[in-house]
Design a protein around this ligand. Structure first.
Ligand code: ADP
Ligand code: MG
Length: 320
């Protein structure tokens, strides 16, 4: 039985040489692999069918169906899909920068410029999903946002060394912010990809460019439902923004029950001392995204209009 499963696991994937494991989830493992023909690196997500019920299997196929239609620089690309008797195989574009989550843990928190650089890209990905393909992701979080590459981020130890370096009396001491953000925006450096469409959902008919249903005859609750659905991603973007800026999530509690209550009330704080030096603009954007009323919550278009987002960062050509 074990041998049969092992054969089935890699069945049809002969063209790939399997390297290390990149992640493991409840129903799937993700491996780094190399295409033997082209030498291209890929990530293969292998989903164990026998642990899924019929509904969950249908969801995997839906994830694949949705991902097939996506093409955007901020969205992880699906290369191919296949299945064997016991497994689904999703071959994905490989990115080497790791999870946003790990980078936050490593750096403690991000500078405002690096945060903006990340959040703008996630928002661009969300705008593409919401407006061009009519899909809500529904699982935006630092574990599902992957860095393309990370050469601009030094070790925390390296940072301490940099801060300790003596500087010329006429020269400003080196700020860690300058180190974090150095070089971002150029080429692929600091680029991110949204991954994991396992919970995503189609809300917009892409062929007719209307809500799923007929224009003019669509009931208000359906139109409203779509706005509610999209606002789910905006809330999550607010959580990502908050987490990047201070290094911990806006809502946290050891007990799931208490956590649920906090989220339901939308209770979060700009805890001192962590938030003391964060700009008013960044806090304003957090508050408008972590707004409990989904209809008052910022839409993705409004995010791009927000002064803190529009503010010239180091990636902007006007800032030099
Ligand atoms: P799950 O449903 O188990 O959360 P994900 O698609 O989120 O599956 O993948 C799990 C983890 O595997 C990710 O959080 C990431 O660390 C890693 N991973 C997934 N896809 C890639 C990829 N294309 N390149 C590099 N790492 C990846
Ligand atoms: Mg995931």
């Amino acid at each position: 039985e074990h041998d049969r499963l092992m054969r089935s696991k890699y069945e049809g994937l002969d063209r790939y040489e399997f390297l290390e494991k990149l992640g493991d989830g409840a129903f799937s493992d993700v491996y780094k692999a190399r295409d033997k023909e082209t030498q291209t690196l890929v990530a293969v997500k292998i989903v164990r069918k026998h642990e899924l019920n019929a509904n969950q299997r249908a969801n995997v196929l839906k994830e694949v169906q949705i991902m097939r239609g996506l093409r955007h620089p901020a969205i992880l690309q699906l290369i191919s899909f296949s299945e064997s008797k016991d497994y689904y195989h999703l071959v994905l574009e490989y990115v080497e920068g790791g999870e946003l989550f790990h980078q936050i843990v490593k750096l403690t928190y991000f500078s405002e410029d690096l945060t903006r650089h990340v959040v703008v890209q996630v928002a661009e990905g969300i705008r593409y999903l919401h407006q061009s393909v009519g899909v809500v992701h529904r699982d935006i979080k630092p574990e599902n946002i992957l860095f393309h590459s990370i050469p601009f981020i030094p070790d925390p130890q390296e940072l301490i060394e940099i801060q300790k370096q003596p500087h010329h009396p006429d020269e400003d001491p080196k700020e860690p912010e300058g180190v974090f953000t150095k070089g971002i925006g150029g080429g692929e450096i600091g680029r991110i990809k949204i991954a994991d469409f396992g919970l995503s959902k189609v809300i917009w008919d892409t062929t007719t460019q209307t809500p799923c249903g007929t224009v003019g005859y669509t009931a208000p609750e359906i139109v409203r439902d779509e706005d509610y659905s999209k606002s789910v991603d905006m809330w999550a973007l607010g959580c990502v923004l908050y987490t990047c800026l201070c290094g911990f999530p806006p809502f946290y509690d050891e007990s799931v029950e208490h956590l649920t209550q906090k989220v339901a009330k939308g209770e979060f704080e700009f805890l001192s001392p962590w938030w003391d030096d964060v700009s008013a603009g960044a806090k304003d954007l957090v508050s408008r995204l972590l707004c409990i009323d989904p209809l008052k919550r910022m839409t993705v278009d409004e995010v791009f209009e927000h002064p803190w987002i529009r503010q010239a960062g180091p990636e902007s050509p006007t800032s030099s």
